[in-house]
Design a protein around this ligand. Sequence first.
Ligand code: GRG
Length: 292
Amino acid sequence: MNLGEFRDIYIKKIDDVNIKFIESLNIASKLKEAMMYSYTAGGKRLRPLLLLSTLYALDEDVNKGINTAASLELIHTSSLIHDDLPAMDNDDFRRGKLTNHKVYGEATAILAGDSLLVNSFQLITNDDLISSEVKLKLIDKLSACSGANGMIGGQQLDLENENKVIDIETIKKINLYKTGKLIEFALVAPAIIANLDNEYISSLEKISYHIGIAFQIKDDILDVIGNKSIIGKPVNSDKKNNKLTYVTELGLNKAEERLFHHYNTALNILNNLNIKSQLMEEIFNIIIYRNN
Ligand code: GRG
């Protein structure tokens, strides 16, 4: 199967699951509308694609990962809503549309982000295709990767280091948590679903480490040289928020060198696993060569 076919089949399934799930929530209509607004605002769906292509590479039934991948995308969406808030990056546009708080107000945007995060776990608990033991392991890993020791902790580090002169190691650490931890989940969840051993999990974690950093370096590069109408949000947001990134620290050329270093290292580890990794590699390429 090629990536286009894979994406057409499985991303549709994920969007169906998430849209039905949000529709099924019997709540205040403005909250539900705000959740739906950001989920359906677009987005490349790279994290679910990574998760499902890894399951495919491991020769597992890809359908066993649909709800887990859907859950991951809900959490990613929640983080974007919060990231754009006035107390964080204070951005007006995301995915080419007004940010959630610009449409629904700050209070509802906070609650929409909270609900997308908290309710996401129910997609795993309600999955009929995986065992209770696997569900517990997935929820444990997903909460670890999202919470204070994961993405949210990374965002806190990012905030604390605004306006500071920091070294490349600190920038790397921020990236590793803020962006890398959800990528880690995308690569490790398939190993949990496939009941693989710790040695395998550790190799996938290593790949996610490098691809997670590469992902964020590319994001930082696009923040400087991206086209606003293609990336769907303002450029130079990092400069506006006095954030140091690989690009501000090293310049574009050296940042790009680092990007390729991490990309190539991830590919080498992946190739040593001898799995059906062609789709994974195509997604790595999208991460590295994308223009949005
Ligand atoms: C949800 C309680 C709660 C807190 C959120 C704000 C925050 C804490 C974390 C920020 C995490 C963040 C936004 C990291 C940047 C990750 C990143 C590179 C996002 C862009 O991802 P893409 O390119 O976006 O996959 P699309 O729009 O394609 O989905």
